[in-house]
Design a protein around this ligand. Structure first.
Ligand code: PNS
Length: 169
């Protein structure tokens, strides 16, 4: 039986740190489902459709990865997909407490679902979607931190936001 893992996240937007986890995840699992959380009550820069198309464009030449969206509990989504492994990346210490909480809560909700962590590559240890958005918002250089398509789309998005309301962007 092929070993499949779900790699969930907000991916607002996908970064090279996420891509590193996906590529390395594919050396451990036969297939990955990149699952984007669709949570209408959480404000995101990109819509779920935009996030999905950025992930697909960034992973164009990567086989054995499917991209999907989910809402509600991650463990319920995993059961629906008949997958019992959740893959998460762990960066510095600062991630540990949250990731530990998330993994323990998921196990409490469904003891059959296991969380597997991959340590983030050293290059990506301080890469996060939020910090990249912050830098891009003020025209900072984010080259090499996100796929080129994401970099272009971020620039375009902030230009549009600036044009529509210079105080909001
Ligand atoms: O990229 P993120 O924001 O760190 O990803 C967090 C995510 C999407 C994995 C997490 O918030 C999640 O799984 N949300 C779905 C609801 C859920 O199952 N929460 C955990 C138990 S309360």
């Amino acid at each position: 039986m092929a070993e499949i893992a779900v790699y969930p996240g907000s991916f607002d937007p996908i970064t090279n740190g996420h891509i590193d986890i996906i590529k390395r995840g594919l050396t451990v699992f036969d297939k990955l489902i990149v699952a984007i959380l669709h949570n209408p009550s959480k404000k995101t820069l990109f819509s779920v459709e935009e996030r999905m198309s950025l992930i697909k464009a960034s992973l164009k030449n990567t086989p054995n990865v499917t991209v999907d969206t989910f809402s509600g509990l991650l463990v319920d989504y995993a059961v629906e997909k008949k997958v019992n492994v959740v893959l998460r990346g762990m960066r510095a210490n600062s991630d540990f407490e949250y990731e530990f909480q998330l993994a323990l809560m998921n196990r409490r909700l469904n003891k059959d679902i296991q969380t597997v962590f991959l340590m983030t590559g050293l290059r990506w240890i301080f890469t996060s979607s939020s910090i990249i958005k912050e830098a891009a918002r003020f025209n900072g250089n984010i080259k090499g931190m996100v796929p080129q398509v994401v970099e272009r789309t971020l620039r375009k998005k902030f230009k549009e936001l600036d044009a529509s309301d210079p105080h909001e962007a």
